[in-house]
Design a protein around this ligand. Structure first.
Ligand SMILES: *Cc1c(COP(=O)(O)O)cnc(C)c1O
Length: 437
């Protein structure tokens, strides 16, 4: 356990929050790893022709600005001023030295965490939600549809749509819809509409219910429903909360800030741990580090931490697969457990996806990052240890990164710098902690 509090006069200099450094401005540009890759990632393919996708194939679902970002190889993409102003509601996010956790572990390593739980929705997801809502609104779209697992993405997109003044309709995986009512209330508070998936509102949903009336649902099923509705309405588009290149691009604000924050205190990261569901917070945090490795020869290691119950990176095949169950989406080259894989209803709902971001998969293939699988009990034990040392209750997803980092720090025999991507807080996931206890 942590040592007892010191008795010091109130005028003593603060020593504990050292390392908490916040740059004075929100980043002006996103970073695109595609510019620095030694070989390009395989392109997305049209589900019918199996030819590389053209912009017109994506136009029914996404605004042109996002389609351009999806295939961009520009290193830096300017962030629109309106998006920067929305970012400023919670960005830059803090980078904090976890001194109490270091002491509790008795490690010679220095541990920092980059905390995305300070956003209004409680996770990193608003980083892309506000950008996507913005680009759709300026192109005249009045409604976004989407899927959500634990509800973090549905809540984030509902918030973003409220900020730019458009509607939001969400299909939530049945297991989470039933188990996590607070996220739905959060969506509704922002003005979003939330349906359990599969639902009887879509052809895809009705077919899935006919096949298995008691299904707990999956992200792949919910995507089919949200895509179907957007494709039929010219004023509606679809928004994806992870996996795609433009999502990882927007999330790069996490890593850009973290690099700047570490530079400002003269630190270099030796190893970065992030949890991986669809790969967006991991990619967002780590790609700016990987880019620097590639350009400048630095040697920061990146470790993706995924749940043992849904191990796409460590157990999946690297091949073209659909993003959804019905096979409506483009084919993506990725590590996949197969589009029909229905993961057990683990607490880390945001990590229950059969595939992985093509950019993260490609980076793994190129040896630019590593992956480990973490058992749910080990993840929650790490979450408790973190909460009791640092005060923040990590989201169940984030506990996987914490577990990876704690195991590494415990085994460390040398002074080194560890960075944890703390993708969200777990205050709406307390029943999951309660079950574990
Ligand atoms: C959704 C979510 C994840 C998983 O999504 P990625 O795209 O892999 O980042 C991780 N952590 C939190 C807190 C989430 O809400």
């Amino acid at each position: 356990m942590t040592t007892s509090p010191d008795v010091r006069p109130a005028s003593a200099p603060l020593t504990d929050p050292v390392g908490t450094f916040v740059p004075s401005t929100v980043p002006t540009h996103w970073y695109n790893l595609a510019a620095d890759l030694p070989e390009p990632a395989p392109p997305a393919l049209h589900p019918g022709t199996r030819e590389p996708l053209g912009p017109q194939d994506l136009a029914p679902l996404f605004p042109m600005a996002l389609i351009a970002q999806e295939v961009s190889t520009e290193r830096y993409v300017e962030i629109p001023q309106t998006v920067r102003e929305m970012y400023a509601l919670w960005r830059p996010s803090p980078l904090v030295r976890a001194l109490r956790l270091e002491r509790a572990l008795g490690t010679p390593a220095k541990i920092y965490y980059k905390y995305e739980g300070v956003s209004p929705a409680g996770s990193h997801k608003p980083n892309t939600a506000v950008a996507q809502a913005y680009y759709n609104a300026v192109e005249g779209i009045t409604k976004l549809t989407t899927e959500t697992g634990a509800g973090q993405w549905g809540a984030s997109l509902s918030m973003a749509c409220a900020l730019v003044g458009i509607e939001c309709e969400v299909w939530q995986v049945r297991a989470s819809y039933d188990a996590k009512p607070y996220r739905r209330m959060q969506m509704e508070t922002y003005g979003g509409i939330c349906h359990p998936s599969p639902s009887d509102l879509t052809e895809a949903g009705r077919a899935m219910l006919a096949a298995d009336p008691d299904t707990t649902g999956s992200l792949g099923m919910a995507i089919s429903e949200a895509v179907e509705v957007a494709a039929q309405d010219p004023k509606a588009h679809y928004a994806l909360g992870s996996v795609l290149n433009h999502v990882l691009l927007h999330q790069s604000v996490i890593g850009i800030e973290a690099l700047e924050q570490l530079d400002a205190i003269g630190e270099t990261a030796d190893v970065v741990f992030g949890c991986a569901g669809g790969g967006s917070n991991l990619g967002g945090l780590s790609f700016p580090f990987i880019g620097r490795n590639l350009r400048d020869g630095t040697t920061t290691r990146v470790v993706a931490c995924e749940p043992a119950a849904c191990p796409s990176l460590t157990q999946g095949e690297y091949r073209y697969d659909f993003g959804d169950v019905a096979g409506l989406t483009p084919l993506l080259k990725m590590h996949t457990l197969g589009k029909d894989f229905v993961p057990p209803p683990i607490h880390a709902g945001g990590l229950r996806y059969h595939g992985m971001a093509p950019m993260v998969s490609h980076a793994l293939e190129l040896g630019l990052l590593e992956a480990i699988a973490v058992e749910q009990d080990v993840a929650f034990a790490a979450g408790l240890e973190f909460a009791r040392a640092e005060g923040i209750i990590p989201a169940p997803e984030s506990t996987h990164a914490v577990a990876g980092a704690i195991a590494h720090a415990r085994a460390a025999t040398t002074d080194q710098t560890i960075v944890i991507g703390l993708s969200g807080n777990g205050v709406l996931d307390l029943p999951a902690y309660h079950d574990f206890l």
